[in-house]
Design a protein around this ligand. Structure first.
Ligand code: SF4
Length: 233
């Protein structure tokens, strides 16, 4: 989640844009939220000159055909690209599948970005970090789409993590790390069976440990590694 949406004063003007949403509070209480500011992590200071993407959007910056410039004309693209890479690293490390990022930012925008003329106008497009996360398969939503983000997360976990939680020996909260569709070689296409990879969010005493990964398929759940005190299902 964008650090500024959680009240961290990391924006270019030294401010924040906190969202006081109950869903976000619940996610935080469940230990699900990874807090990140790509621009600060990419080496920019607080405060810093406002910057906008000139000549395209975040994808074009990643492809080297557009730049992120300050109003004074300084090219800060490398900081934005570095911040995006570090954000992706953090997301992968935590098994993130959904991101809630600040709309319209040249890093975090997901539907719109400023048009590069520093006059307040916005155009359809996404920021540099959003572009990289999307290329890696992370679903990105703006702060005005929290309900959609929560619905997507529910759907993602509905058939997997919830069933897992209710299975003997697999209590507690689980994070979906990956969903895979194996190839059915005899049919020459992806199988209709899905395999899910899960990791415990907050291991509880007497339950599967922090290093445990569970493989799920239609036929049930199996602990593949880590310290299981409950035994495999
Ligand atoms: S880069 Fe993203 S997290 Fe950082 S201040 Fe801008 S919108 Fe917020």
């Amino acid at each position: 989640m964008s650090a500024c949406l959680l009240g961290r004063p990391v924006r270019y003007d030294g401010g924040a844009k906190p969202v006081g949403d109950e869903v976000v509070k619940r996610w935080r209480g469940e230990g699900r939220v990874v807090v990140f500011c790509p621009e600060v992590s990419g080496g920019l200071s607080v405060p810093r000159p406002a910057a906008e993407i000139v000549g395209g959007d975040g994808d074009d910056v990643l492809d080297g055909v557009a730049r992120v410039l300050t109003e004074g004309g300084e090219d800060v693209s490398r900081h934005f690209v570095r911040g995006a890479r570090l954000a992706l690293e953090a997301a992968r490390g935590a098994g993130v599948r959904v991101a809630l990022l600040k709309e319209s930012s040249p890093s975090c925008g997901s539907l719109r970005v400023h048009d590069g003329r520093f006059a307040g106008a916005r155009v359809p497009g996404h920021g540099v970090t959003t572009a990289l996360l999307r290329r890696a398969g992370v679903r990105v939503f703006g702060e005005d789409r929290i309900t959609e983000a929560a619905a997507f997360l529910r759907a993602l976990e509905g058939s997997g993590a919830r069933r897992l939680r209710q299975s003997p020996g697999f209590g507690g909260f689980w994070r979906v790390v990956a969903v895979m569709a194996p190839v059915d070689r005899s049919a020459g296409r992806k199988s209709s069976v899905r395999l899910g990879l899960f990791r415990p969010l907050r291991p509880e005493p007497g339950q599967l440990g922090g290093g445990t990964v569970v493989l799920a398929s239609a036929s049930g759940f199996r602990a593949r590694s880590g310290t299981s005190q409950s035994g495999d299902a």
